[in-house]
Design a protein around this ligand. Structure first.
Ligand SMILES: [Zn+2]
Length: 84
């Protein structure tokens, strides 16, 4: 993992275009009364592994996605941009 910043500053604000979701959580959410947002309902662990980055559903104790870096060291930007 290269920690040298490579992204433009504006990329440090919320830039997610496609959320990672657990399909089981999404299914359950459809039947919740009162309704809840997926962000509030989902309980995920996200972290680095020996292979890359894993997103884990804590609610279902299941893998959501495990991104395989295939031995590469992709650039990662850990700078924080505090928003209020
Ligand atoms: Zn889930």
């Amino acid at each position: 993992m290269s920690h040298k910043p490579t992204l433009p500053l504006e990329a440090l604000s919320l830039s997610i275009t496609q959320y990672v979701v657990c399909s089981k959580c999404a299914d359950e959410l459809a039947h919740l009364d009162p309704p809840q947002s997926l962000q509030d309902y989902a309980k995920m662990d996200i972290g680095f592994t020996d292979y890359g980055v894993q997103v884990w559903c804590r609610r279902h104790k299941a893998n959501i996605v495990h991104i395989d870096f295939q031995g590469q060291k992709p650039a990662a930007d850990f700078r924080r941009l505090e928003t209020s």
